[in-house]
Design a protein around this ligand. Structure first.
Ligand SMILES: C[S@@+](CC[C@H](N)C(=O)[O-])C[C@H]1O[C@@H](n2cnc3c(N)ncnc32)[C@H](O)[C@@H]1O
Length: 251
């Protein structure tokens, strides 16, 4: 198992290689549509990134003129952000984004790259929506990008879905459909010996997120299958959802 310390599952080892191992997520073709989407929603206000990490989205968003603040558990990840050009200009609060409060209000809060699933209980995910909503000005938006649970890949009676099998890596997700607990598991084989790490998640359906949003006083405004306005359908493998905090007059 991964050692979990104060940095959660994003300790020094993960932080040191995060940008490299997630290189395809840093490509301009991936990042630019995300930033365009968030710039539109932020308007003239400030943006709050939950799980800011090494600044994959926050840095280019700040370069577009949106003041960004982040929350993250991992000092190791935030140190990497700080070391990048522009990283010093972004305020970060170390803490759990389900409960940590930051001063001021924001026109936009966002939580991308499946990170809502890092909260492993329904209670924590509900708290996260409440926390995001508490930071929003009336009319502000909370945006979540997350995969649609891939339970269609699970044959009846099975609870494991392989997603990366090679001579040197066996990677598989484990599902508990009773609790919505899941984990991504990796066995890496070096010189004939395997090392194992496991990262826990809680998968969550779009409709359940809508209910969490409602509990937090937000309402669904947009749902897309991607950042470029792709239609969300029964075949979509992820969604980008936008919930809005009603304006002060309720409109
Ligand atoms: C997959 S990375 C995403 C980083 C960045 N948003 C991106 O898109 O590249 C997840 C980040 O969320 C942070 N994180 C996970 N759970 C958290 C929690 N409960 N509270 C605060 N940060 C958390 C991790 O430390 C990590 O930096």
């Amino acid at each position: 198992m991964v050692d979990v310390d104060a940095d959660g599952y994003f300790g020094q080892d993960v932080a040191a290689t995060y940008d490299e191992t997630s290189a395809e997520m840093f490509a301009a073709g991936v990042v630019d549509p995300v930033v365009d989407f968030l710039v539109r929603l932020a308007g003239r206000g400030r943006a709050l990134e939950l799980g800011i990490g090494t600044g994959r989205i926050a840095l280019p968003l700040a370069r577009r003129g949106v003041p960004v603040h982040g929350i993250d558990l991992s000092r190791a990840m935030v140190d990497r952000l700080r070391a990048k050009p522009g990283g010093d200009g972004i305020g970060v609060t170390i803490g759990d984004f389900a409960t940590t409060r930051v001063d001021g209000t924001f026109s936009l809060a966002y939580l991308v790259f499946n990170t809502v699933m890092n909260l492993t209980s329904q209670e924590a995910q509900v708290d996260c929506f409440r926390n995001a909503a508490a930071h929003l000005a009336p009319g502000g938006c909370f945006v979540v990008e997350v995969t649609v649970p891939e339970l269609r890949k699970l044959p009846p009676g099975a609870h494991a879905v392989p997603f990366g099998i090679s001579p040197t890596r066996w990677a598989f997700d484990l599902y508990d459909v009773a609790t919505q607990a899941m984990s991504s598991n990796y066995v890496d084989v070096v010189d004939g010996r395997g090392s194992y790490r496991s990262i826990p998640f809680r998968y969550v359906w779009p409709a359940e997120l809508d209910l969490m949003a409602r509990l937090a006083g937000l309402r669904l405004r947009e749902r897309w299958a991607g950042w470029s306005g792709e239609a969300f359908t029964g075949e979509s493998r992820r969604h980008v959802s936008v919930w809005e905090k009603p304006a002060a007059d309720g409109g």
